[in-house]
Design a binder for this molecule. Sequence first.
Ligand code: SF4
Length: 354
Amino acid sequence: MKDIFEKVIENESLNIKDYVEILKSNDLSKISFVADYLRKKDVGDIVTFILDTNINYTNICINRCKFCAFYRDIDDKDSYVLSIEEILKKVEYARKFNVTQVLIQGGLNPEIPFEYYEELIKKIKEKFPEVNVHAFSPVEIEFFSRNFRMSIEEVLQRLKSVGLRSMPGGGAEILVDNVRKKISPKKIGFKKWKEVVIKAHKLGIKTSATMVIGLGESLEDRVKHILRIREIQEKTKGFTSFVVWTFKSGNTELKLREISPLEYLKTIAVARMMLHGIIKNIQSSILTCGVDVSLLSLSYGANDLGGSLIEENVITATGHKKKTLLEEDFVRIIKSINRIPAQRDTFYNILKIY
Ligand code: SF4
């Protein structure tokens, strides 16, 4: 094992098997030491967070992914589509907590006209110019392109012209098609996901990159996923960050074991090792892992704690309890481990250091 860690520190190229070895290793002190060393080199000791909310405009979705507890069919009693007015009220409420980002995602609902999406961005920007609308995953963009018979470029261009500057890199889960076919057979595969992301980056629309672990994938699949993200970033430089979530199975069709905190920390560490110098920001997920594991992840290569998520409906649909952290909470927990808290915007510009 010594050789692999030395190679990581010296920036030598490792193969998939090497990274799988690290994920299998129980030499936690070495894993943490190397990942923490690289984190310090990449971003120093500042720990960032963003004040944001997550609004889901509809839960009607034709994809019916097996891991999703959020989607409904159109005639289900609790299916919904939010009006633009309702969305604006939610943004207004979230602004009381100084949010600088509104994350907007929803199901693939063929009944919604394209003008709704344009109007939604336009109206939020008009009423709350200080807020960035971080909207529509590559899966939604591809759906808009098919549903409205437009090219992917045209969809992106039209949304950009009304104010879209960034998109969440959601719907990636595990970017290996064998896994995707089992858990979400109707969802776009890796190639389409990559195509949308590259086209967005080319138009100057930044995105995050995400990974969900615990969906029945192998350790090799996780390494392949990160490699694929790395390859895209080497071409476009359009990813702002890499985020790792853990799958929550409540109310879904998939009954799988929960990812242990240890497995999560090792995945964060390997992400830092593989993306070192390429994607600077590694985000851990307070939403799915809780405060304690997320704080620990800051010693395993992570440097960002994500957002306050004043509202969230997708993970909470699994029955998982959400913890909303406000500005003062982030500052307190980050200071408790002797690190420097900083509020950031969507693009990782530092807004305030505490
Ligand atoms: S994960 Fe997304 S695409 Fe899949 S069913 Fe849920 S809302 Fe639809």
